[in-house]
Structures are given as C-alpha cells and as structure tokens.
Design a protein around this ligand. Structure first.
Ligand code: FUL
Length: 509
C-alpha cells in the first residue's frame, strides 16, 4: 500500500479543488452563454445589419438634388476648371429656400446641394482655393454662400440636408498629388461639415481623373480611386463632427444604384461586397454580401442635364411618379435632381411638375386601407412582457414594432380583410431592417369574397422587400393607377426568407 504523507495529501487535495473550480467556472461560462436573458424572445439579427446612421438615412427615402454653380452660367455639364470667375454672376440672390420649399411640396424629406462640381468652383467662401464665390462676377455672386443658406433653409422647413462635393477638381494644380487630398479636398469637406452637425449625407461622385485645366498645366491626371482620397480618415473626421452623415459613393456607406434613369432592381438587396461593380450590381445588391451598403438612385426630373439649360423642360408628374415606384418602391432611396436657373431659383415649370408629382404621391399612396382592415397572420412568434410580435404591429404606425414568426419558420401568410368592398391598387411592405434584410420571395393575392383567391402582379419579381417595397397590383409601374381591383381581402404569402421574417408595416392603397 502506498503511503502518502500528510503534506502531499494536502497538495493533491488542493490541486483537485483548483481543477474542480476551474471546470465549474468553465461550465458556468458555457451555461451563462446558453441562457443569455431574452425575456421577450427577440429574434436574433441576420448579419450584416445597418449602422444606426444608415437607418436614419434610409428613412429620408425621397430627397432633392440641386445642381447649381459655374455650369449654370456656361451651359456646360462638366466645366474644364479654367472658367473665368466673373462668369459666375447670378441675376438675383440665389434662393435655396425656394428650392427646398418645392422639394417639400413634392413630398421630399430633404435635399442635397452641389457646392463644388468637377470644375472646382466653390459656392462658399473657402480658404482652400481662390476659385470660389468671393472672387466672382457681381455682388449677388460674391455674397453667395450656398452651404450656409441651404442649411438654414432646411432647418427652417424641417428638412434634412447635405452637400455634394466633387472629389475630382479640374481647377486645382495639386490634383493627383497627396497635397490635393490633405490641403484641398479633406479641408473642404471639413469646412462643409461645420455648416451643420446634423447633415444626413455627403455626396462624392465617381467621376475621377482625366483631363482638365489643373492650374494652367493642363494634361491628364489619373488617381487610384480606392486609395487616393484617404477615405477612412475622411470618414472618421466627418463622423466626429456630423455623426449621422452617411458618406455616399467613395465614402462607402451607401451605393450608387448603377444607372441615372431612376430605377432599382425588383430584386434589391441592401447588402454588398467590397469588390462589386456599381454599374453591374448596383441595381440589385448581393444577397450574401458581407456589409450593409443600401442603394440610392440619382435621377433627373428634367429632360436635359444635371445643370440648368435654356429650353429644358421637366418630366411629367406621371413619369416622376413611376420613378418613385421603381426606386423607393424597390428598396432604394430616390435623390431627384431639379436644377436652379441663372437667377438662382427653380423655374416655374419645374415647380409645377414637382408639385404635381407630390399630389400624385399623396392621392395614390396617402390613404392606407390597411388601417380599417382586420389583420391576421397564420403564424405568430411567442412574445414576452415587454414585446410581442402580433400581426397588428404591422398597422400600428410604430416603426419599432413588428410581426414575426418563430425561429426557423420562413414561410407564412398575412391576411387583411374588410367587411365592405374596397378598391385596391398597391400593397406596401416594410421589413424591420435593424435586424437585417430577410425576405427572399413572396406573392400577393386578392379575393372578392374571402374564399376564392387570385394572384396579382404575376409579372412582378416579388422577391426582396427590404426597407420598403411597393407592388402595383396590376403589375405596371407606368400605368399603375388604373381602375383597381374590387376586393374584400388581400393576402401576402411569404414563401422564403433568410430567417424568420420581421415585417414592421403592411399598407394597402
Ligand atoms: C456624376 C457627375 O459626373 C455628373 O455631372 C453629376 O454630378 C452626377 C450626379 O454625378 O458622377
């Protein structure tokens, strides 16, 4: 028999105790992980999810673009950078408040003003270049400060605002060197950030490099778009001052929709990969993309250029309404361009067209019939004391509540019924995207009696929903406002979803 001394026994017992404690500790950790408190049974997010600033940005939905500057007075679309500063001579004081009033009448929630285009002429008194309003052709020009007046007007009208600043600068002798980025471009962005800490978007277009004046040296300059502008530094600097400012385009927080014709893909994911080609993928996104990069559609409300041109006319309110359905109705935001003229105001014809569009949006999408319907779902997730997932969450007007199914239930049906017959033309759905975009496939049916069902919009790709999807029930975006369907019930059949679907709104118009 082995005899163990008392000391050794103490040591062995102590070691065993330490081992046991360690094991128990590890067990506890594992147990703790398994039982993370989730009293309301909240669904787990499906990654990637939007940053809170991207969520706020998405809620802006519809906003204006105002291309105004040197080109307004030369008739060009892309100035070379050698324009005489005297040419900038507004015939009256530019009036950004009028621009934004029109935007508001069209139902927009904000606007973005171009304050420097590729020609490099700055519409504010900047310290970074002589090529700015203070050296322009008349008093109206010299007193112009678009960022100041635009921000003030937006605040007064309770609209969101932001600025377009061209990274490409055909005037600057430094363009193409590191000094341009440090001494001109980043400083200009920082100056703009000081015109309001609540800006919602800064717009950097993709035209970069090529020929130009370049301080009189002329020639062609090319840059590496991916690295030249020191984007991580730019983003951090701006976010320190403007925490809700989404950096569009080269800034990497929202993507170009890939065309300038005012449409997004019917299938449109807000997720993307870094190596996507905007002109190829922009319209559709990438289902399994590894970061959140929602689409923005930039389109012209007039028939000539981005800038004002003599003889231009606005598109019809009907055409603009179609754009609305094909962008905002397909999980993109719409930034619609209206060019101010040489007096620094929007011409009356544009005012009328945009106001007409606003009236169409209000008349056609302003009265939600779901508000008077009985809303049910065949599957409902179990809730808790502080949160439930019932079907009526989709019609309560609260964007923070949503209907959901249990984990693993990726197909379900939402039904809306009315006691009296309704005339219906559009169905609108919104996902609770704070927890990721999920729905992959759905379809819509209507019923005149609540018994026989007919599938609608059969020619529409009813695939993704995202932040917002509006489906014209007759399947047409160009002739969407027809006589409609007379129904007593509408149902939305979700066929497939990345995980349990979370729908925050259903509306019927
Ligand atoms: C493009 C620019 O080159 C156009 O002139 C315009 O500003 C458009 C919105 O973005 O990249």
């Amino acid at each position: 028999m082995m005899i163990i001394s008392r000391n050794k026994r103490v040591i062995i017992l102590a070691a065993a105790a330490i081992l046991c404690l360690g094991f128990a500790h590890a067990q506890n950790l594992r147990l703790a992980k398994q039982t993370l408190p989730n009293p309301d049974n909240e669904p787990a997010p499906v990654h990637p999810v939007p940053h809170p600033r991207q969520l706020k940005w998405q809620e802006t939905e519809f906003y204006a673009f105002f291309h105004y500057g040197m080109n307004t007075y030369t008739g060009r679309e892309w100035g070379n950078g050698d324009e005489d500063r005297n040419i900038f001579a507004p015939t009256a004081a530019p009036n950004p408040k009028q621009w934004l009033e029109v935007a508001k009448a069209a139902g927009m929630r904000g606007g973005i003003a171009v304050v420097k285009h590729h020609d490099g002429f700055c519409l504010w008194p900047t310290e970074t270049t002589e090529h700015n309003v203070t050296n322009s052709g008349n008093d109206y020009g010299r007193e112009t400060n678009i960022p100041r007046d635009f921000a003030a007007a937006a605040k007064e009208l309770d609209l969101k605002y932001g600025f377009y600043i061209s990274p490409w600068d055909r005037n600057s002798a430094l363009y193409g060197t590191d000094r341009y980025v440090k001494e001109v471009f980043l400083r200009q962005c920082a100056e703009l950030a000081e015109y309001g800490t609540d800006q919602f978007e800064m717009w950097f277009d993709g035209a970069n490099g090529g020929n130009g004046y370049y301080g009189g040296q002329g020639g062609t300059r090319s840059i590496d778009r991916a690295t030249y502008y020191d984007v991580p530094n730019l983003r951090d600097t701006i976010h320190r001052v403007c925490p809700d400012c989404v950096m569009w385009g080269v800034g990497g927080e929202a993507r170009w929709i890939g065309n300038e014709a005012g449409w997004a893909g019917q299938t449109n994911w807000s997720t993307e990969n870094r190596d996507y080609a905007p002109e190829r993928n922009g319209m559709y996104g990438t289902e399994d993309g590894w970061f959140w990069l929602p689409g923005e559609s930039d389109a012209k409300a007039t028939n000539r250029g981005w800038f004002w041109h003599d003889g231009e006319s606005p598109l019809s309110p009907e055409r603009l309404f179609q754009m609305y359905l094909e962008t905002i109705g397909r999980n993109a935001t719409l930034i619609l361009n209206i060019p101010p003229n040489q007096a620094g105001v929007l011409p009356q014809a544009s005012v009328d067209a945009l106001t007409g569009m606003g009236t169409l949006v209000t008349n056609r999408l302003g009265t939600d019939l779901a508000q008077t319907a009985t809303v049910t779902a065949d599957k409902v997730r179990q809730g808790g004391a502080a949160r439930n997932y019932v079907a009526t969450n989709m019609t309560d007007g609260d964007k923070e509540t949503y209907w959901a199914t249990a984990d693993g239930e990726t197909a379900a049906t939402i039904t809306l019924t009315w006691e009296t017959e309704q005339t219906v033309r559009y169905v609108e759905l919104m996902e609770y995207i704070a927890k990721g975009q999920r729905v992959r496939k759905f379809h819509i049916e209507t019923s005149a009696d609540g018994v026989e069902w007919t599938r609608r919009a059969t020619n529409v790709e009813t695939t993704t929903v995202g932040y917002k999807r509006i489906v014209p029930l007759n399947g047409s975006t160009s002739a969407s406002y027809d006589e409609g369907f007379k129904v007593k019930a509408v149902r939305i059949i979700i066929e497939d979803s990345k995980a349990c679907p979370l729908i925050s709104k259903v509306a019927v118009y």
